[in-house]
Structure formats: structure tokens, C-alpha cells
Design a protein around this ligand. Structure first.
Ligand code: NAD
Length: 257
């Protein structure tokens, strides 16, 4: 299957799952636009490496996904958007009565509201092109909850709901909207949780991984960024033309429990 001629914009893609998804879409032939809120030589080098190794056009565009106008400007600046992957996300872990308000606001803005702004800006381009795919990177936490993750769980449930609305609003058009719900994928976001979790439960980091972090992941294994990318490529294929408004879990059995 080739995505040649399609342009994919992946928010929050200078690291982790977003970067993995960008690589898989590029390997499938799509031109890719990488994004984050920084603008360093390394950011642009990531795009150059994808272009050099896959032969597609790859660009890096700085835009802060906590700001609605910058979300919309990212899409406008890219000039085309056939595939929109809403991936940018942050995490903060605290009891709800101690949860810092600024962290709540940032998580809701980056993990949820950014997808509202990018989707609003991208849909007219998809309609003009006569084809489109919205792929939202939600989470197992978009379908279930854990304590101490109020903002993250709220934002991820929110993006699953928004996915359904976008699917209904585009149901008669050649556009689909779906959410991928990963369990634990070993990325910088998860890495950052390991020492805190070990400290909180008075365990070694290895014990914290097996007994706490992967406690609800029956496979006892992390998913990989390539597997999330492969799922995104599948959602962009013609086999997925009638898959819209739903979630695909890549969670080692978490949500089967
Ligand atoms: P990560 O920290 O490696 O990547 C997050 C990305 O978002 C980075 O590229 C970062 O630069 C970007 N980002 C953060 N704030 C931003 C902002 N204001 N503007 C633009 N970009 C911003 O983490 P990850 O694990 O790759 O997470 C990616 C997505 O996958 C998130 O939405 C996360 O909730 C989701 N997810 C991750 C896991 C996991 O286990 N890693 C599981 C389920 C869902």
C-alpha cells in the first residue's frame, strides 16, 4: 500500500510515538510534517533523516499545541493535510485535591483541545482533496481510568468522544476519524514515570515496571512505537475505509481485563 502523494501532519513528533508514527507513514510513502514546540537543529535533523532514508519530503514546523492559534497555524503553514495525527501529549501524576491547576490546564489544552483546533483547520483541506484521515493518539486511559491521572484520563476520554463526533460529521465523505488507544509504550513520557513510581511504592525500577506500570498490561510487555505507527498506516489504508468513529487498542490485553 502506498501513501505516496499524501501529506501527513503529526503533532508532537520530535520524540516517542509521534516520531515512530512519522517514520511508518514515511515508509508507506507519505510526505510528513514533524512538529513540537521547540526549534532546534536536532528537530530539523530528524526530518532530514526521514527524507534521506525514505525518499519522501519531510519538514519540521514549530508550533505550540497548548495554543489554539498555533495549532491552526501549523496546518495552514503545512499547506496540505491529508492525514492528521493528533499525538502531542504530556502527563502529570497527583491526587485530584493536590493537582496543580496549571498542569490541569496544560494537559487539557495539549492532549485534547489541540485536536479540536488542528481538526477544524484540516477538514476543509481534506474535503478539497476528496480524502482524509484523522488519527487521534488517545490511550487505554481514554477507555479506563487510573488514580492520580485526573487530567490525563479526562483529556483522553474527551479525545475519544471528539473522534466519534468528527466521524459522524464526515460519515458521508471519504474521510475517517479514529483513535488508537495504546497501553504502555516505552517512550520518554513513560521513562519519566518510572523513578517516581519506584519511589512512591518503595521498589526498584525493574519491580516498578513489572508490578506497577505493567500491572494492568497482561502481556507484561511494552508496545513499540513501530506497532503504533503500523496501526496508523492501517487506518490510512483502503482496508479501513469503513472504519470510522471507533478506537483500536494496542494494549497487550489491558482493556480485556
Ligand atoms: P513523548 O514525551 O515521547 O512525546 C510527546 C511529544 O509531544 C513530544 O514530541 C513533545 O515534544 C510533544 N509535545 C509536548 N508538549 C507539546 C506542545 N505544547 N506542543 C507541541 N508538542 C508538544 O511521549 P509519548 O509517549 O510518545 O506520547 C505521545 C502520545 O501518546 C501522547 O498523547 C500520549 O498521551 C500518548 N500515549 C502514550 C503512551 C505511552 O505508554 N508512551 C500510552 C498511551 C498513549
Amino acid at each position: 500500500m502506498s501513501l505516496s502523494g499524501k501529506t501527513a501532519i503529526i503533532t508532537g513528533s520530535n520524540s516517542g510515538i509521534g516520531l515512530g508514527v512519522a517514520w511508518e507513514l514515511a515508509r508507506a510513502g507519505a510526505d510528513v510534517v514533524l512538529n513540537s514546540y521547540t526549534e532546534t537543529d536536532e528537530d530539523h535533523a530528524l526530518a532530514r533523516e526521514i527524507a534521506d532514508k525514505t525518499g519522501v519530503t519531510a519538514r519540521y514546523i514549530k508550533a505550540d499545541m497548548s495554543k489554539g492559534d498555533e495549532c491552526r497555524a501549523l496546518i495552514e503553514q503545512a499547506g496540505a493535510c491529508d492525514i492528521l495525527v493528533n499525538n502531542a501529549g504530556i502527563q502529570h501524576v497527583a491526587a485530584i485535591d493536590e493537582f496543580p491547576v496549571e498542569k490541569w490546564d496544560a494537559i487539557i489544552a495539549i492532549n485534547m483541545s489541540s485536536a479540536f483546533h488542528t481538526t477544524a483547520a484540516a477538514l476543509p483541506m481534506m474535503r478539497k482533496a476528496g480524502w482524509g484521515r484523522v488519527v487521534n493518539i488517545a490511550s487505554a486511559h481514554g477507555l479506563t481510568a487510573s488514580p492520580y491521572k485526573s487530567a490525563y484520563v479526562a483529556a483522553k476520554h474527551g479525545i475519544v468522544g471528539m473522534t466519534k463526533v468528527v466521524a459522524l460529521e464526515t460519515a458521508k465523505e471519504p474521510i475517517t476519524a479514529n483513535a488508537i488507544c495504546p497501553g504502555y509504550v516505552r517512550t520518554p513520557l513513560v521513562e519519566a514515570q518510572i523513578p517516581d513510581t519506584a519511589k512512591k511504592y518503595d521498589m526498584t525500577e525493574d519491580e516498578a515496571i513489572e508490578k506497577v506500570i505493567l500491572e494492568r498490561q497482561p502481556s507484561k510487555d511494552f508496545a513499540t512505537v513501530e506497532q503504533i505507527g503500523g496501526t496508523a498506516v492501517f487506518l490510512c489504508s483502503s482496508a479501513a475505509d469503513q472504519i470510522t468513529g471507533t478506537t483500536i487498542s494496542v494494549d497487550g490485553g489491558w482493556t480485556a481485563l
